[in-house]
Design a protein around this ligand. Structure first.
Ligand SMILES: [Zn+2]
Length: 132
């Protein structure tokens, strides 16, 4: 199956095979939303390459927040100009609600920068099997 980085980032999948789950839970709104699989359950790809690897995901989530706030602001200015005060009232609860989602999105996109998608058909499956 052909897959892309965008697909694995959006659908909580391993960036290598796009089959195994990245986070244990499907939903970002769950008490275990931050629990990751250490290895891909499908292809065995190491999802935590080194200690502190995901500090870099901070920059990804920063970028997501900035882009989101800009879009949110432009929607307000263009369509709800007379209610601009509500932009300020609403932005904080909206960002708090989006935090678990962006946290997960940032980690997945950070790892997807470093791991290229690979087709997992039977012919070369043995080459990417986990080495123990
Ligand atoms: Zn995988």
């Amino acid at each position: 199956m052909k897959h892309t980085r965008i697909y694995s980032v959006l659908f909580n999948k391993c960036p290598r095979c796009a089959e195994g789950d990245f986070f244990i839970t499907k939903s970002a709104y769950n008490l275990k939303f931050d629990k990751m699989n250490k290895k891909c359950p499908h292809c065995g790809e190491n999802l935590v390459p080194e200690p502190g690897f995901y500090q870099g995901a901070l920059y990804m989530s920063y970028a997501f927040y900035v882009v989101f706030m800009l879009i949110y602001f432009f929607i307000f200015v263009n369509f709800f100009g007379e209610y601009l005060d509500y932009f300020l009232y609403s932005i904080i609860p909206v960002l708090i609600l989006l935090t678990p989602y962006f946290y997960r999105l940032a980690r997945r996109s950070w790892l997807a920068i470093f791991i290229a998608p690979q087709d997992m058909d039977v012919t070369h499956k043995h080459e990417v099997a986990p080495k123990h």
